[in-house]
Design a binder for this molecule. Structure first.
Ligand SMILES: Cc1ncc(COP(=O)(O)O)c(C=O)c1O
Length: 361
């Protein structure tokens, strides 16, 4: 039995009629940019996260740049960011004029910690970008206690929870990506910024539309970065299902645990109090690369995501400053993502576990 790395189709199949109607509503209404669907989705997303404001933007990368600028980050500043993340987390920083400063992560949770962030702080640190990696929830409160504002990169953590609430309402601001394979995925690109701070929200809203409030006067250089009406309408159909899908992702992780996967490889560990909506189910093994290739041979989707961590990417050389991030390097060399989705069954999990057992025998 083939097991795909993701399954975005099955969870959406029962919603097809509703999605078709939502698309028709937009087409019939004739408003395609910044209309009623985006406004309604922004309210619904903010309420879901427990944030007061949401601002729909074009994608998760621009969400980060705009959020940082809305938080006051600019030339001469530093932003601490993990290197174990999708490249875009760090890439979003230089367009603000600030420098990324890379920090290490925890070997079990894959997330930044108060200690790894503290090691990267300097008098020029203006903000910390925590990444809720793979759906795990980084300890935002502990990092804020260091006295620096936190931007959450929640691109991979829609639907996750922790003792303090949900990603999206834990720091000064947060960002989401609605890339189709994400936990909440559009039918194209999309992103959002959430915040409880009305001034940050106001600046982000202005920045997404060319730095203008009234489309006549332009206060600052901004962006053309908007979530479009069609994507917002599609996301509105999906949002009420996010919690159910997230439960499915957690159940899939339990299927792996119950199937004995932990005896073969090192399983990911939720941060204390977190209930991750695992976006990627990333395990560790010294032969991770070989495992990914051999699983693919058996028809099982498996992938090494961040084999070259961001601080070792060519474009980041001006910012790497000889950063020594031993845990990041170790995880980069030993991780592999296994199939996960809201509908991964116990049988599919057993199939994956069995294949891994055979390969590692
Ligand atoms: C952690 C993280 N940050 C940022 C992004 C960028 O989002 P987008 O692809 O929507 O620009 C992604 C996803 O692709 C991501 O996984």
């Amino acid at each position: 039995m083939a097991v795909p790395l993701f399954d975005t189709k099955t969870p959406l199949a029962p919603l097809r009629g509703e999605i078709d109607s939502a698309i028709a509503r937009v087409v019939d209404g004739g408003r395609f940019i910044l209309g009623p669907e985006v406004a309604a989705f922004e309210e619904e997303l903010a309420a879901y996260c427990g944030a007061d404001h949401a601002i729909g933007v074009a994608n998760g990368t621009e969400a980060l740049t705009i959020a940082l600028r809305a938080m006051g980050v600019g030339p001469g500043d530093e932003v601490v960011v993990p290197s174990l993340t999708f490249y875009a987390s760090a890439e979003a920083i230089p367009p603000t004029g600030a420098r990324p400063v890379f920090c290490d992560v925890d070997p079990e949770t894959y997330c930044v910690t108060e200690q790894t962030v503290r090691a990267a702080l300097t008098p020029r640190t203006k903000a910390v970008m925590v990444v809720h990696l793979f759906g795990n929830v980084a300890p935002v409160g502990e990092i804020e206690a260091l006295g620096v504002p936190v931007l959450e990169d929640a691109a991979q953590a829609a639907g996750s929870r922790c003792a303090d609430g949900r990603p999206g309402a834990l720091g000064t601001a947060a960002t989401f990506s609605f890339f189709p394979s994400k936990n909440l995925g559009a039918f194209g690109d999309g992103g959002a910024i959430t915040t409880r701070d009305p001034d940050v929200a106001d600046r982000a809203r202005t920045l997404r539309f060319h730095g203008s409030r009234d489309k006549v006067t332009y206060e600052q250089l901004g962006y053309n970065s908007r979530l479009d009406e069609l994507q917002a309408a599609i996301l509105r159909v999906q949002l009420p299902h996010l919690d159910g899908w997230s439960d499915g992702r957690r159940a899939a992780a339990r299927h792996y645990e119950d199937g004995g996967l932990g005896e073969l490889v090192t399983l990911p560990v939720a941060t204390p109090g977190a209930e991750p909506a695992w976006h990627l189910y990333v395990v560790r093994h010294p032969r991770a690369g070989e495992l990914a290739a051999d699983l693919a041979q058996c028809g099982i989707g498996a992938r090494v995501y961040y084999g070259t961590p961001v601080h070792r990417q060519v474009a980041m050389a001006p910012y790497a400053d000889g950063a020594e991030l031993p845990v990041t390097d170790e995880i980069a060399a030993t991780h592999v993502a296994l199939p996960i989705s809201p509908v991964l069954s116990a049988e599919q999990a057993d199939e994956v576990v069995e294949a891994i057992s055979e390969i590692l025998r």
